[in-house]
Design a protein. Structure first.
Length: 384
């Protein structure tokens, strides 16, 4: 078997913000010093690019720069604590103490673990932060996998994977990991950090901002046009958009098979591993989730990618203020084929999701609306 590894970040930015960065609101509207102006900074953090735009009046330009530096410092501190690639991080330390009993952790660490368990229960285990040993086995941390692992090795590692072995004690703010358990917060950490950043910026008096952390996007306040923000959905196989999402206060996140993957005998194996089977998830190419918070969008995009289109749509349809776009091969088999099938649910307005039929070769694409699924509407947010 011949393996072809692909670990490129060229498609890490799955979103193109259409109505941002100084159109409309900054377009020759006079020289008033009270007109909101965009100020943007970008950094590398959490293994990806963080880009933040805040809007302040011209006379508050220095304050805007201070806002951006404060936001960056917050996310950089989060990265220092939660990164698997920093040997002195809190998560590396916790993983090393698995099986040794309760470990006292910070309030922030406790909150993200509690949220992770919430989404694990909500998705019946499709979202599971204890998937770390499987990701290690498949070689996605160090880009080392050249062949498929043996099924017996997958079965052995699967015994170490279960969110039920992450036991939290709210009173003591401690956590106990079962023996051999190791956690990876990659499916929720960006969203969690973005939500904290939104609250920080609001507390500093920022009335409108856009935060893009590796393709997980959150916005609040009016877009430059005064209307909703327009967030583009990147075509997963080509350098163009396949659709747009209207967004006011809220967040968007995508999980896809194109960020980290390798191929064996023409079959693509991506880094999104089903914690129940131990194998990379087949079928879907990408899932975009819109939710009231970045954490919900981040965790749910991972969960519904693992669940698949039908079960994923059912889960999202039961979450208040949450909707999604599912992209899969037209024949639902060959993910290397550029023929796409797009299934989507709408938000509160009929045009919340717009598929760019004029920007897609319709002879190679099939578009369909999902049927409504009736469930009790849940907040799908552990803090609600």
């Amino acid at each position: 078997m011949t393996a072809v590894p692909h670990f490129q970040n060229s498609r890490a930015f799955i979103f193109c913000v259409v109505a941002a960065f100084g159109v409309a609101s900054c377009d020759n509207q006079g020289d008033s010093k009270d007109t909101l102006q965009p100020v943007t900074r970008a950094w590398m953090v959490m293994g990806t690019t963080l880009e933040i735009t805040v809007y302040r009046s011209e006379v508050q330009a220095l304050q805007a720069l201070a806002d951006l530096e404060a936001a960056h410092a917050l996310i950089a501190a989060f990265d220092t604590s939660m990164s698997l690639y920093k040997p002195d991080s809190d998560i590396v330390s916790l993983n090393a103490r698995a099986g040794s009993g309760p470990v006292s952790i910070s309030d922030t660490f406790y909150d993200i673990l509690a949220a992770s368990n919430y989404y694990a229960n909500l998705s019946a285990g499709a979202f599971d932060i204890t998937v770390q040993p499987l990701v290690e086995l498949w070689g996605f941390y160090r880009n080392t996998r050249q062949t498929l692992p043996l099924q017996e090795d997958v079965d052995t590692v699967l015994k170490r994977v279960s969110y039920k072995n992450v036991v939290l004690n709210k009173e003591s703010k401690s956590v106990s990991l079962g023996k051999g358990i190791a956690i990876d917060l990659g499916g929720i950490a960006k969203g969690f950090a973005i939500d904290d950043t939104v609250e920080l910026l609001k507390s500093r008096g920022v009335t409108a901002a856009l935060i893009n952390l590796g393709g997980t996007v959150a916005v609040f306040g009016p877009a430059p046009s005064g209307d909703a923000w327009s967030v583009g959905i990147q075509h997963p196989r080509e350098d163009r958009l396949i659709g747009r999402i209207r967004l006011t206060d809220g967040a968007v996140s995508t999980s896809g098979d194109y960020d980290r993957f390798f191929e064996v005998d023409g079959v693509r194996y991506n880094h999104l591993i089903d914690p129940r089977s131990g194998w990379p998830v087949p079928g879907l190419i990408a899932v975009t989730v819109v939710a009231p918070t970045a954490m919900a969008a981040d965790a749910l995009s991972t969960a519904v990618f693992v669940l698949g289109a039908e079960k994923g749509l059912k889960l999202l349809s039961g979450c208040s203020g949450t909707y999604g776009v599912f992209i899969r091969p037209a024949d639902n088999k060959d993910s290397a084929d550029n023929r796409l099938n797009v299934i989507y649910t709408q938000g509160g307005n009929a045009d919340d999701v717009t598929l760019l039929l004029d920007n897609v070769d319709t002879s190679l694409s099939v578009f369909s609306r999902s049927d409504a699924v009736t469930l009790d509407r849940l907040k799908c947010n552990p803090h609600s």
